[in-house]
Design a protein around this ligand. Structure first.
Ligand code: PMP
Length: 281
């Protein structure tokens, strides 16, 4: 496979990471992952806006302009002839003698790669079981950084428990999933955690809120409790590759009647329509 390394397109085997790259040593870097449908990048602009914000919040200088990075990402998709899949890229602060504070002279490093992922509507997620995990992450979860150990540990807990996701809570407050945003529906109203420092403001989250607005589904961004989660009428998670994924069981408790709820179904249908629309652009 061909990967992006700085401004070059090279074989994966030819790429080298410096042992003192700060992404490797400190998780000092940022990333984005975007879906590609029929060769088209889904929700490109908001992903790039978020990348710029992540960089700004970490005083990390992007190695190239956003326009140039976008162009290279598109080239990478073309070179690999990716039809349906994921494009992943990350930017680290770069390589320098190991010290915690920012080095004076360092150049950030971008790498990118693609992977195939065929979207088959007949095999689309029918729903998952979720585990619960205490949210032990730092207080800047709004930045999409490579520092994912808190997320990794939570996902591992879910994995060994046979769950598809870990839903995180700080004390009694549900924040988000380990790699997704969490939504509940109560009495027809959609509820999700506000976009503050406690969650990553998912691009899929924003897109789903937009769909809800268009569909006339009432929604509110507010904190909700673990108790509200397990007693919700509907629960689903959102994320770039998960899209909208119903949660039908939490720990040992079945959510409502264990079936996809009407609001979730409506949102999935609208989401599917948007994906089909960009295929024909
Ligand atoms: N929260 C966390 C912690 C995540 O890692 C992700 C996915 N990267 C999300 C939410 C969902 O974000 P998006 O919809 O932009 O993929």
């Amino acid at each position: 496979a061909t990967i992006l390394y700085q401004d070059q397109f090279i074989d994966r085997e030819q790429a080298k990471v410096d042992i003192e790259d700060r992404g490797y040593q400190f998780g000092d870097g940022i990333y984005e992952a975007m879906m590609v449908y029929s060769g088209q990048i889904f929700l490109l602009e908001p992903h790039m806006k978020r990348l710029e914000r992540s960089a700004r919040e970490l005083s990390l200088t992007l190695p190239y302009s956003v326009a140039h990075i976008t162009e290279n990402i598109k080239k990478l998709i073309e070179i690999n002839q990716l039809k349906d899949g994921v494009v992943y890229f990350q930017i680290t602060r770069g390589a320098a003698p190991r010290q915690h504070f920012f080095p004076d002279h360092v150049s950030s490093v971008i790498t990118g790669s693609v992977s195939n992922h065929t979207r088959d509507l007949s095999k689309r997620p029918k729903g998952i079981k979720a585990s619960l995990a205490e949210d032990i992450r730092w207080l800047r979860c709004d930045i999409k950084t490579l520092n994912l150990l808190g997320n990794v540990l939570a996902k591992q807990k879910a994995h060994v428990e046979g769950s598809g996701e870990a839903i995180l809570h700080r004390g009694n407050t549900v924040t988000e999933g380990s790699s997704s945003n969490a939504f509940i529906v109560k009495n027809g109203q959609l509820i999700t955690h506000p976009a503050d420092h406690f969650i990553l403001n998912g691009i899929t989250r924003l897109f789903v809120l937009d769909l809800a607005k268009q569909l006339g589904i009432p929604f509110v961004e507010r904190e909700f409790t673990v108790d509200e989660l397990v007693n919700a009428d509907e629960v689903f998670i959102t994320g770039t590759s998960n899209e909208v994924n119903p949660v039908l069981q939490i720990e040992q408790q079945v959510v409502a009647d264990g079936e996809q709820g009407p609001v979730t179904k409506k949102l999935i249908k609208a989401f599917d329509a948007e994906v089909e629309r960009i295929r024909t652009v």
